[in-house]
Write a protein that binds this ligand. Structure first.
Ligand code: NAD
Length: 463
């Protein structure tokens, strides 16, 4: 096995970096440094810790274009998206800087004395991050972990380590002490497993597939680690006949093809009330025609390539005969976009319609630009279809009826829903899954709870 990982630009298929591949000894050394850095970091005056996080936010802003270009070259995502994501990273650090001195304990009325609670840091946190939003998802874990007084070791996906490594350098430039934020690049089965099993790691904040999340949960049980799991999804966008159909159709491509569909929140099932299905499909075809695919460094482009050749093969497999009709009939691709010629792991935006809810492509997470359009009859039918999945991450409801929007929002088993919108993630609001999309919440004030333990202290005051 080579001691280096070759990092490839998915839009050109060319190597852009060689990154040392780290192993178990590197994890152990990083965890030891993290453990050592812990006491000074947690006892820093809150205003000083907040100031360092703000400086990190400033560093990210100063280097925003460099980080965005690096992310686009490594992941293949359109530069406009990378700029937004890097902007969010700075906002995450600003937000959590503001929480350092506001994550307060309580005094509890009890007999015989005074009862206090403290939010204690956990110690060393391991963050395991996927390749689809590398720097953004890293920041969602680093921000609350550092704000609450933990130190952190981050393991990016092997194929997208560049912005994680750069962010760790910027943290040092910002004055965050050595050992507080470290990055270890290596294979999930080696470096990831070691972090999950390491006795000195107190918590694993994992984002990735449900399959690997399941293994993380099992392996973390050996040392009773705290675990938060942000896993896969098969979210539904539910479009009722009373919706603004033009708006819903125009928004559909961004809801499922953004980041080339490599988005845990992708609305890869669009449920459309049968009475408006034909009209919706005409509008959707027009919208897909405007969803341009090409060079991700071009700011006008809506979609870049998939992340790797292997991932493209996996996505292509969902259009094989048998992925639709179980008798082996062809998948009814209703509309497809176009892709550039030449190198690059391109895949056209693809609409499968009408799709049956039982088909594999309607049930499994594809993680590519493929959407299944499934008709429904009434609200009850829509709820049953939306919930007919082991996942529960995200979703949308399109209707002009406010009461129906609220009924649906309460009935759909999903951690993040939007009405007449496909937006799922904001710095200020919690984000996370129900069912097999995981547990625990990132972002917002809610994330702080999963990076600290509540300590209860009773002080007797009676003579
Ligand atoms: P993945 O599960 O293959 O890998 C995620 C991370 O885990 C990578 O860093 C990988 O190296 C590491 N890993 C792999 N095996 C490991 C092991 N045995 N022990 C510890 N770590 C291990 O996922 P991926 O292909 O990188 O990302 C795509 C998946 O991530 C999709 O399922 C997607 O839905 C999910 N995702 C979820 C969210 C969310 O917030 N819910 C966000 C983004 C992506």
């Amino acid at each position: 096995m080579s001691d280096f990982t070759t990092v490839v630009n998915p839009a050109t298929e060319r190597a852009i970096a060689e990154v040392p591949r780290q192993g178990i000894e590197d994890v152990d050394a990083a965890v030891a440094r993290s453990l050592q850095a812990g006491p000074a970091w947690r006892s820093l005056a809150p205003t000083d810790r907040a100031r360092l996080l703000r400086r990190l936010a400033d560093k990210v802003e100063e280097h925003a274009e460099e980080l965005a270009q690096l992310e686009t070259r490594n992941v293949g995502k359109p530069i406009a998206e990378s700029r937004d994501e890097v902007g969010m990273v700075a906002e995450v650090f600003h937000f959590y800087a503001g929480t350092v001195d506001k994550h307060r304990g309580a005094t509890v009325p009890v007999a015989g004395g005074v009862d206090l609670t403290f939010h204690e840091p956990l110690g060393v946190v391991a963050a395991i991050v996927p390749w689809n939003f590398p720097i953004a998802i890293m920041s969602w874990k680093v921000g609350p972990a550092l704000a609450t007084g933990n130190t952190i070791v981050v393991k990016p996906a092997e194929i997208t380590p560049l912005t994680a490594r750069r962010l760790a350098e910027l943290a040092l430039d910002a004055g965050i002490p050595e050992g507080v934020l470290q990055v270890v690049v290596g294979q999930g089965s080696v470096v990831g497993t070691r972090l999950v099993e390491h006795p000195d790691v107190a918590k694993v904040a994992f984002t990735g597939s449900t399959e690997v999340g399941r293994q993380v949960m099992v392996r973390a049980s050996g040392t009773i680690k705290r675990v938060t799991l942000e896993l896969g999804g098969k979210s539904a966008s539910v479009i009722f006949a009373d919706a603004d159909l033009e708006r819903a159709a125009a928004a559909t491509p961004a809801g499922v093809f953004a980041n080339a569909g490599q988005d845990c929140c992708a609305r890869s099932r669009v449920l459309v009330q049968r009475s408006v299905l034909d009209r919706y499909l005409v509008l959707l075809e027009q919208a897909v025609g405007q969803w341009t695919v090409g060079d991700p460094t071009d700011p006008r482009i809506k979609m870049g390539p998939l992340v790797s050749a292997g991932h493209r093969r996996a996505v292509e497999g969902f259009l094989d005969p048998g992925m639709g009709d179980p008798d082996g009939g062809p998948v009814p691709a209703f509309a497809r976009g176009t892709v550039p010629e030449g190198p690059g792991f391109w895949f056209p935006p693809t609409v499968v319609a009408p799709a049956d809810p039982g088909w594999r492509l309607s049930r499994e997470e594809i993680f590519g630009p493929v959407v299944a359009v499934i008709p429904f009859d009434d609200e009850e039918d829509a709820v049953a279809l939306a919930n007919d999945t082991p996942y529960g991450l995200s979703g949308s409801i399109w209707t002009r009826d406010g009461a129906r929007a609220l009924r649906m929002a309460r009935a759909v088993q999903s951690g993040n829903l939007s009405v007449n919108s496909h937006s799922s993630v904001r710095v200020q609001t919690s984000f996370g899954g129900m069912k097999q999309s995981g547990f625990g919440r990132e972002l917002g004030l809610e994330a702080l709870a999963s990076y600290s333990d509540v300590k209860n202290v009773f002080i007797a005051t009676e003579d």
